[in-house]
Design a protein around this ligand. Structure first.
Ligand code: HGY
Ligand code: MN
Ligand code: MN
Ligand code: MN
Length: 400
């Protein structure tokens, strides 16, 4: 029997990112592999039967795997320099809720499983929720297999070196039939629960969000030997794009636009870049406003590029429309949890991908800093305990 805090403590330091602070754990890297192994050990110590599916998601079954199961879980990978709770809190709370249910003599009348989805952050291969998108077939399997990490390794090669067969990735009908309902617990990424002074909430919706790569191409050249008048420097339109993204998003109700990653090629201090890749993360409460941010920005970027004699290529790398969670399930769980408030989230989740296939809900645990995707992300021990108890209550209600 272990509470979420004890289980989280076991993950301390695994994949610690010395350069950025926080954690960097990306699918199939050493840290994430260590976390997968830890999860399997913990699950088997609870007599849960573990399997890894064709899409690198890990499942731990209480009883025989069967159709219509109640499934909970989250992810163990992180963003670069991420916090300790985003993903792992959902996984340790799931394990801890199994302990709580067992301690109360609960025996599920339906199959019950804990799942760890692969590459939820897209921190290595660039597409978020890669494991759940493959499970549901919302990413083309060939495209997924060919996704390259910054060092050029493909997802298929990384899978192969982890001992899995990438030829089988893709929609997994049998696995989907086994999911009756999915409930994901997650640290809140925002201030909703602080302002409401509550420890736990249920999720109401997820923003429409996606990622686009803007590639500006110019002429690489010598920083000293090239007159300003002779330059086609892609770093200029790239820089203008960053500023324009903020200006455009600020004009859209609930709009967000972020450039967190900008990569000049070749990246030498005394070299005018030949190309600059800029990744845009754009979000808003609706499909249309999110699309309008990207369209307006693409139009502006084309002008910035032309003014500097550069080319522009824009590629959509991932997209998910607004998710409204199953209202009946949401309200049932809220009622179970002393009328826990229903909050929207600006963050994407595997639950958002699964919501298109099965009745899905999310629980949020208060984050006193309101910060996420950064080392300051936090949840107090007593709130983590409240979260695990809340999840156990929901699982007992759904699987009892
Ligand atoms: O980017 C997101 O919203 C999520 O944390 N993957
Ligand atoms: Mn995240
Ligand atoms: Mn997450
Ligand atoms: Mn030189």
């Amino acid at each position: 029997m272990a509470g979420p805090n004890e289980l989280l403590a076991a993950l301390d330091g695994v994949g610690a990112d010395r350069r950025r602070g926080g954690y960097s754990r990306h699918v199939f890297d050493d840290a994430e592999r260590e976390l997968r192994e830890w999860f399997v050990e913990q699950a088997e110590a609870r007599d849960l039967r573990t399997t890894t599916d064709q899409n690198a998601n890990v499942w731990a079954w209480w009883g025989d795997p069967g159709e219509g199961a109640v499934v909970t879980g989250s992810h163990l990978d992180s963003v670069p320099g991420g916090g300790a709770f985003d993903g792992p809190l959902g996984v340790v709370s799931a394990l801890s809720s199994v302990d709580l249910l067992r301690a109360n003599g609960f025996t599920p009348r339906k199959p019950l499983a804990v799942v760890v989805f692969a590459e939820e952050e897209g921190g290595r291969f660039g597409v978020p929720c890669l494991g759940s998108r493959l499970l549901t077939g919302t990413i083309d399997a060939d495209r997924a297999g060919a996704l390259r990490d910054p060092s050029g390794v493909t997802f298929a090669e990384a899978m192969r070196s982890s001992g899995a067969d990438p030829a089988r990735i893709g929609r997994d009908e049998a696995a989907l039939r086994r999911i009756g309902q999915f409930v994901e617990l997650h640290v809140e990424q925002g201030r909703g629960l602080i302002d409401l002074d509550r420890p736990v909430a249920v999720a109401s919706s997820i923003l429409a969000h996606g990622r686009w790569r803007f590639r500006f191409s110019g002429q690489g050249n010598h920083a000293g030997a090239t007159l300003i008048s002779d330059r086609r420097d892609p770093m200029l339109p790239a820089s203008q794009l960053v500023l324009e993204a903020r200006r455009i998003a600020a004009g859209v109700e609930g709009g967000r636009a972020t450039v967190g990653r900008l990569v000049p090629n070749p990246g030498g201090t005394n070299v005018i870049a030949s190309a600059v890749d800029v990744w845009l993360d754009a979000r808003s409460p609706g499909d249309r406003p999110t699309r309008s941010i990207v369209e307006d920005l693409s139009g502006a970027a084309a002008k910035f590029a032309a003014a500097e004699g550069c080319e522009l290529d824009v590629t959509e790398e991932s997209y998910a429309d607004t998710v409204h969670f199953d209202a009946a399930l949401r309200d049932r769980l809220s009622g179970l949890l002393d009328d826990a408030p229903a909050l929207p989230t600006g963050a994407g989740h595997d639950a958002g991908i699964l919501a298109a296939e099965v009745p899905t809900a999310m629980l949020f645990v208060r984050n006193p800093t309101g910060i996420s995707h950064a080392p300051e992300e936090h949840a107090e021990p007593e709130d983590c305990d409240s979260g695990a108890h809340a999840l156990a209550k929901c699982l007992a209600h759904l699987a009892g």
